[in-house]
Design a protein around this ligand. Structure first.
Ligand code: NAD
Length: 422
């Protein structure tokens, strides 16, 4: 049995990311100094943002941007607006971006940013001022060749439009490729909004094939019904899967016969939450994770599958739509119980892959059809899944360690080729 450390419930995202790195690094026979270089974030910026509130008062917010590694290209990663944002969390998310970009083989390093705030308590104009001030303070730190932000939790295409405009005002010309996830009219890519969920679908399809599971009729549970969760549920449903449960921050829905996802999407568009939708019974946040199903998709926040509940997970496949939903201790428990985890750095890499396509299109000034975007995404995701599976079979390790092994090797290779400017 794996060793139990109940403290994993309190593990910070950064400690979790470091543990994952260490476990994979142990398998690789490489210079410890080189591994140390790869492990540490190369730059972390903290900005204090005085914002004029609608009531005439000033409030000071704290913003972060971390660039974990830029050996393979500009840093790339989302910006999160959430009350729990802190330097640890942003650093972990930036590190995961480095490994994610390397797993799918796109020419970016890893970055992440965020502002500690509760966006539900801010008006649209306060959010705009906050986003613009944050961008203005980071104009020397971000840029198409330096660091390219994107949406994450509680930020969207409107946030990216404000960042693009603010950066362009300072540059004195329009720079669309400074961010991805923009509105289509401003240089966004077709298919970007759905890309993370579509990538989850491609990864789930491959995993089902490997596990001899027919996706048509397969029972799926989706935790989180935002950008990633709702699109994943929609696409799985369109592929014939039975979505037996979903939840968001307010609560959950359960119907063993399958939820009408098209109806639910319409309901959520009007009501901003899943709770209250007819044709399903309520279910708690704890219960939803323990349902018997073929595919469980955690698509909300970090550290939801821990040593406390990993024994109760009854899914065959856990497809990590969210970043860092499973702690390293939980990983071991799931592995010992034969549950296949498609790790976040592979499973939710569809978003950054299409972000890469957006950056390429902006720089070319030539835009692709949605069909072309989706096809190219499928080619990359299917290859990445099978690359990781191959490493996992070769090293007899789980898919997470395999994904880290592959990614670390790729980043290490370019670091050695470039040499260390010491
Ligand atoms: P989002 O803000 O659009 O949605 C988050 C969803 O999770 C919402 O439905 C929210 O109600 C729900 N949620 C929040 N706390 C919850 C809780 N305690 N229990 C249950 N549900 C809860 O965010 P998103 O963009 O969908 O991101 C979700 C996750 O996916 C994050 O970990 C993010 O880093 C990751 N991710 C996002 C993208 C992307 O393209 N948006 C790409 C890769 C990874």
């Amino acid at each position: 049995m794996p060793t139990r450390q109940s403290d994993d419930i309190k593990l910070s995202a950064l400690e979790n990311a470091m543990r994952q790195f260490d476990e994979a690094a142990e398998v690789l026979n490489v210079d410890k100094m080189m591994l140390e270089i790869l492990k540490q974030p190369r730059r972390a910026v903290i900005v204090k943002l005085p914002i004029l509130m609608d009531n005439g008062d000033f409030q000071v917010f704290t913003g972060y941007r971390v660039q974990h590694n830029i050996a393979r290209g500009p840093a790339k990663g989302g910006i999160r607006f959430h009350q729990d944002v802190n330097l640890d969390e942003v650093s972990a998310l930036a590190a995961w971006m480095t490994w994610k970009c390397a797993v799918v083989g796109i020419p970016f390093g890893g970055g992440k940013g965020g502002i500690a705030c509760d966006p539900s308590k801010l008006s649209k104009s306060e959010l705009e001022r906050l986003t613009r001030r944050y961008t203005a303070d980071l104009t020397d730190v971000i840029g198409p060749e330096i660091d390219v932000p994107a949406p994450d939790v509680n930020t969207d295409s409107q946030t990216m439009a404000w960042i693009m405009d603010t950066f362009s005002m300072h540059a004195r010309h329009t720079v669309t490729s400074v961010v991805t996830g923009k509105p289509i009219e401003l240089g966004g890519s077709l298919g970007r909004r759905e890309a993370t969920g579509r990538g989850v679908l491609f990864a789930v399809r491959e995993a089902c094939q490997y596990k001899n599971i027919e996706l048509k009729g397969a029972r799926c549970v989706v935790q989180g019904f935002g950008n990633v969760g709702s699109v994943t549920a929609d696409l799985l449903y369109r592929d014939g899967a039975r979505i037996i449960a979903v939840c968001d921050v307010h609560g959950g829905l359960y119907n063993p016969e399958g939820i009408d996802i098209f109806g639910l999407l319409e309901y959520v568009a009007k009501n901003r939450k899943v709770v209250g939708f007819e044709g399903a019974q309520p279910i708690t946040h704890d219960e939803i994770l323990k349902l018997e199903c073929e595919v469980l998709v955690p698509a909300a926040l970090e550290n939801v599958i821990t040593s406390k509940n990993a024994d109760d997970i009854k899914a065959v496949i856990v497809a990590e739509g969210a970043n860092g939903p499973t702690t390293t201790n939980a990983d071991k428990i799931l592995q010992s119980r034969g549950i296949m985890v498609i790790p976040d750095i592979l499973c939710n890499s569809g978003g950054v892959t299409v972000s890469y396509f957006e950056w390429v299109q902006d720089r070319m000034g030539y835009f692709w059809t949605e069909e072309e975007v989706n096809k190219r995404l499928e080619i990359i995701l299917v290859k990445a899944f099978n690359d990781v599976l191959k490493v996992s079979l070769e090293y007899n390790c789980n898919m997470r360690i395999a994904a880290f092994l592959l990614a670390i090797k790729r980043v290490l290779e370019v670091t050695m080729l470039r040499g260390v400017y010491a």
